[in-house]
Design a protein around this ligand. Structure first.
Ligand code: ADP
Ligand code: MG
Length: 565
């Protein structure tokens, strides 16, 4: 008996968009379905290693049936249980489609929305751009039950029991009828499919096979003047199966890397930085890393999963291997492929694996180097990066008892009181006056408030630049750093600054002496609120200011108070 189900509301909108799509690159449906098939085979591979099952003969097949107007894509991957069919195909809960959905939610419904379809991995639902009806027949590895899921996209879907040989998934698309604007029949032609596979899916690691018509010389006729040919149908592997990162670096185009990033890591803008490198040595590996151009959705939520994909000899063994990245680089995505890792490396073993630590160290070094050269060579790009992920680098400074601070101190940017532009510590030190010893900073609830502190005006009036800080962690960062190139980092709102000349000091002492009674009176009037009232040279225009003693600064007090609350 077939069960009828409705799509979840969020899926409906996306489906609607797919069905009525006027998007001109409907052909991407094939890329999406092949990519799902490949993911499913990866998952089966991992499963098979653990269950000691054979892993040969893994493949993706495409079958074209001109008469029935069907295009079928099958894989012998992990397959889906009944629950998974419902969860995965009835709801948008999955990475690519989810990012798409979030982006759609931000926009008004307008025709140009359609343009963004091609930029996303929109996933399974892309099938409805070309198909009027979709059948999914699937059997989960290790289970005896197979199911048929069917839908026309608009009116919900049905699920019923079915029969399938072996584990895996078969997706049958009933192609739409051709209309004035679009030929759907082209997807029944083997050369169109061959082209599309080469264009979008060439690096898929498993063979994508299709039966094609070939002209073959009839055996034994080679010696004749006109050998006989016969037309036979035979399987052909359409893709080269060389993963992108296994190709020589010089032969990989930037466009391919960008495309790969967007597909694999579900973004719709090109990465801000791509880092592609090989290491030969005790542990050899290839890394293909990306720094996103924007903060990924959910980056600050529990759901965000940091880590790199881990491959062993081209086979993906983990999706988010956190052991490959220091915590403060959690914004880096990408993959690592190493032939030196054992294939059935278990998750617990991963934590202790010496090889992984070696890889992690190399990655950390490389990423920091690349950031350094971006800072030196492309300041605007670096500043954008900083706005997105600077907080993580700051976290890296004080995390782990500051053991990484030397690696990071030259990558930090601060807003300068001089021009409100971002400045590095090194730039600050290079342009400070000869008599200046300390690097000054102040913290405030906002940059503007920090800038309006009397002490900032005072220092600026002496042509001393002040770093303006506005984030809770900034004070921790400064205290962890302690100093930079032997110049102590000093909170200008705290303690004595010793900026005045001897003359000014004597002058102040004299005035204080003659106003002794007034100051004592003021202190008394304020009760226990202050520990001292004194005259100061710190002020330029403002009549009074509060100064913290040498203990906790005001900002630190706030942080501690917030932590205790
Ligand atoms: P994504 O691939 O980004 O997760 P999709 O919409 O492409 O999103 O696919 C949704 C989910 O459906 C997949 O995550 C997967 O769990 C499941 N799925 C799709 N195709 C297959 C397949 N051929 N074999 C097994 N599971 C599949
Ligand atoms: Mg997908």
């Amino acid at each position: 008996m077939a069960e009828k189900k409705e799509f979840k509301a969020e899926s409906k909108r996306l489906l609607d968009l797919m069905i009525n799509s006027i998007y001109t690159h409907k052909e991407i449906f094939l890329r999406e379905l092949i990519s799902n098939a490949s993911d499913a085979i990866d998952k089966y591979y991992y499963y098979a290693l653990q269950h000691h099952e054979a892993v040969d003969g893994l493949e993706i097949r495409i079958d074209l049936n001109e008469e029935a107007r069907t295009l079928t894509i099958s894989d012998n991957g992990i397959g889906m249980s009944k629950e998974e069919l419902e969860d995965n195909l009835g709801t948008i809960a999955k990475s690519g489609s989810l990012a798409f959905k979030e982006e759609m939610a931000k926009k008004e419904e307008k025709p140009s929305d359609i343009d963004i379809i091609g930029q996303f991995g929109v996933g399974f639902y892309a099938a409805f751009m070309v198909a009027s009806d979709v059948k999914v027949i699937t059997k989960k590895a290790g289970s005896p039950d197979a199911y048929l899921w069917e839908s026309d996209g608009a009116n919900g879907y049905t699920i019923e029991s079915a029969v399938r040989d072996g584990h895996g998934t078969t997706i049958e698309l009933q192609l739409k009828a051709d209309d004035d604007t679009e030929s759907y029949s082209q997807y029944l032609e083997s050369y169109t499919i061959t082209d599309l596979v080469r264009k979008y899916s060439d690096f898929i690691r498993y063979p994508i096979k299709m039966e094609v018509q070939v002209e073959k010389m009839v055996e034994g006729t080679e010696d004749n003047e006109t050998p006989d040919y016969e037309s036979v149908r035979e399987d052909k592997t359409l893709n080269s199966m060389v993963p992108l990162w296994k190709r020589p670096k010089s032969e990989v185009e930037k466009e391919e890397l960008d495309r790969f990033y967007k597909d694999q890591f579900h973004d719709f803008v090109d990465p801000c930085k791509t880092i592609f490198f090989n290491v030969e040595g005790n542990v050899s590996f290839t890394a293909l890393l990306f720094i996103p151009s924007r903060v990924p959705s959910g980056f600050y939520s529990q759901e965000y999963k940091p880590g790199l994909q881990l491959y062993s000899r081209g086979v993906r063994i983990m999706d988010h291997c956190e052991e490959l990245l220091p915590a403060y680089l959690r914004f880096v995505t990408g993959l690592v492929d190493s032939q030196d890792l054992s294939l059935n490396i278990s998750r617990e073993m991963l934590q202790h694996d010496h090889q992984l630590r070696v890889i992690k160290n190399r990655i950390e070094k490389k990423v920091l180097n690349e950031l350094g050269s971006m800072l030196a060579k492309d300041r605007p790009a670096y500043e954008t990066f900083w706005k997105n992920f600077g907080l993580d680098l700051k976290f890296g400074v004080y995390n782990n008892f500051g053991q990484d601070k030397e690696k990071l101190e030259n990558l930090l940017l601060f807003t300068s009181s001089r021009d409100k532009k971002l400045v590095t510590l090194s730039e600050y030190v290079d342009r400070m006056g000869e008599e200046q010893k300390d690097i000054y900073y102040v913290t405030g609830a906002s940059l503007d408030m920090a800038d309006r502190l009397p002490i900032v005006k005072k220092l600026m009036s002496r042509d001393i630049e002040v770093l303006l800080l506005d984030h809770q962690v900034d004070e921790f960062v400064m205290q962890t750093l302690g100093s930079y190139r032997d110049h102590p980092l000093k909170n200008a709102s705290q303690g004595e600054l010793d900026l005045d000349s001897e003359e000014e000091k004597q002058e102040l002492e004299k005035t204080s002496e003659s106003n002794k009674d007034l100051l004592a009176f003021m202190k008394e009037s304020l009760g226990g609120e202050v520990s001292e009232v004194r005259l100061s040279n710190r002020l330029v225009d403002d009549p009074v200011m509060l100064v913290a003693g040498d203990g906790l600064s005001f900002e630190m007090e706030k942080v501690y108070a917030a932590m205790a609350a």
